[in-house]
Design a protein around this ligand. Structure first.
Ligand code: H2B
Length: 100
């Protein structure tokens, strides 16, 4: 099973993934993506969902119109692991292909 990252390792990893930050009150990372419209937001979610399913690692997320709020944590590990960092990077790469 993946190991929880230390506070230092989380900070280090997050410094390389624009827009992602630690949540307050819970060991998890999050980012709010804002797109041009609902179509782009939902397109992002569709592409990200396919990648997440392939990784067997799934986001907690909420969509309102063109905004997608994402939270990533590894529930089995009780914190943030390399798998969350990997999915966060993949989501940033997908968002780059999507007009904002
Ligand atoms: C059995 C399966 O691998 C686990 O339930 C996976 C599925 N997807 C998951 N996704 C996330 N984000 N955290 C998990 O701990 C997790 N566990």
């Amino acid at each position: 099973m993946a190991e929880r990252l230390s506070a230092d390792a989380r900070k280090q990893a997050l410094s390389g993934i624009p827009g992602w930050a630690e949540l307050g009150g819970r060991e998890a990372i999050g980012k709010t993506f804002v797109f041009k419209d609902f179509n782009e937001a939902f397109g992002f979610m569709t592409r990200a969902a396919l990648v997440a399913e392939k990784m067997d690692h799934h986001p907690e997320w909420r969509n309102v119109y063109k905004t997608v709020e994402v939270v990533l944590a590894t529930h089995d590990a009780g914190g943030v692991t390399a798998r969350d960092i990997e999915l966060a990077k993949a989501m940033n790469a997908i968002a780059k292909l999507t007009p904002t």
